[in-house]
Design a binder for this molecule. Structure first.
Ligand code: SF4
Ligand code: SF4
Length: 81
């Protein structure tokens, strides 16, 4: 089980994680990101790479690297899983 936390003190509300996450895990609320659909996370850790504030933490997955290249591939995967 992946547990996602957002450090609200660090988050600057840029929305990059909301746009970048292929699984639509995050939403913005009151100028902070929050994991609305953590159960959708596929552990790509793309959001870690893109967050300028290093405000995101994922527990329950091993360190990985960005493993998606094309958002269309992710959207296709999203439809079948
Ligand atoms: S690790 Fe990937 S799927 Fe999970 S929240 Fe971050 S960008 Fe989304
Ligand atoms: S990318 Fe980082 S700073 Fe920007 S909204 Fe997401 S958690 Fe906050």
């Amino acid at each position: 089980m992946i547990e996602i936390t957002v450090d609200e003190d660090a988050c600057v509300g840029c929305g990059l994680c909301v746009k970048d996450c292929p699984m639509k895990v995050f939403e913005l609320k009151e100028n902070h990101s929050f994991p609305k659909r953590p159960e959708n996370c596929m552990a790509c850790l793309s959001c870690h790479e893109i967050c300028p504030a290093q405000a995101l933490e994922h527990k329950g997955i091993y360190a990985a690297k960005r493993h998606y290249i094309d958002i269309r591939v992710c959207e296709m995967l999203n439809r079948v899983i």
